[in-house]
Design a protein around this ligand. Sequence first.
Ligand code: UTP
Length: 412
Amino acid sequence: MVENFKKLKETLTKFGQEHLLLKYNEMTDSEKKQLIDQISDIDFELISKLYENTKKDVEYSDDKIEPISYVDKANLTEEEKQNYSEIGEKIIKEKKLGFITMAGGQGTRLGHNGPKGTFPLIGEKTLFELICDTLKKNNNIYNVTIPWYIMTSKENNDETINFFEKKNYFNYPKEAIFFFKQGELPMVNEEGKILLDKNGFVKEAADGHGGIFEALYQSNLLDDMKSRGLEWLFISGIDNPLVKMVDPIFIGLTIKNNCLIAGKSLVKSKPEEKVGVFCKRNGRPSVIEYTEITDEMSKMRDEKGELLYGEAHVIMNMFNIKALEMLAKNKLPYHSAHKKAEYINEKGELVTPTEPNAYKFESFIFDSFSNLDNMLIMRVKREEEFAPVKNAKGEDSPETARKLFNDYQKNN
Ligand code: UTP
């Protein structure tokens, strides 16, 4: 134990992170253990590399970016729809479809006090409940109970589960709902020092929605899914109450095209819209972010006048279980985000910044796409499937989402 502690101190010195023990001597034995466990889990080489990357200028990579082909659902003939539907319905009725909601994000832009899914959007109905309603409706149509997996973070896991308990799981069969926690990474300040939270523990943040693959693996849920006979998992975020997670045509198209992953796309509303778009990167499926695409590329159009890079990726994806298993073993790259983070300084005083002061590192689910040779992309109608809740006010806010949601209900 003493030997281990000595080693740990040497590591901290080597990486200039000795301050992580600032509160150690004031801690109880169990707190000491908790802090040591946290520190022992840190990959200091990785964190210092990620910090160094934050100092590099954003540069356009020399990846070869090309448009990717997609199927417009609106252009399918009745016969095609019928054929794809039959294949998809068979999958659903044979209980081979599961659903994953990623709800581990911090929802900082919305600023709701509590996990984002607990935000009441339509009267008392929260985002969790609205999504659950759609699932229940589909369960009735197909006479199944679709297993619902919910990814949380260390920060919001207990609150999320308590909320479901309090709401009696919205009368969804409790045994068909599974929570799993995603991983975390320490946050660093602008000098690369790892931050301490108000209690003297390492300040960590969820490792991005790309953490889903490892989290599924670590929680043994992939095995659970296999033992239930699940083959396809629809994966989306918590912030879209119009998500259509049970879509037989989408499933049928994916299977007919021999793809193991698929994504629903929306037409970009204008070239400047701040959203990533599907593309091919070095010949493989990918997403090019709005920060990465050049002005010129974002305005390019094909002979029909459609944007060449116009298929927005809004996290409505489907993965075959084989793809999930493969991706669980692959590491995704980390990106950094400049954020406001409360911390204690070297004098032990709590600092609440008003400007971004720290870096958070995250991986993105769409970075996984290029591990596969191809991907099915199906364009769907924005007004039928997308009502994002991102910001507290203005664009993509509860107000705009409420209108989109209510308009859809009125017309369907
Ligand atoms: P966003 O990237 O919009 O992040 O997540 P967010 O946490 O909801 O909001 P901001 O950026 O802090 O304002 C898109 C979806 O991915 C999930 C979110 O919960 C949301 O459903 N997500 C994001 C995770 O599950 N884990 C993460 O680490 C990040």
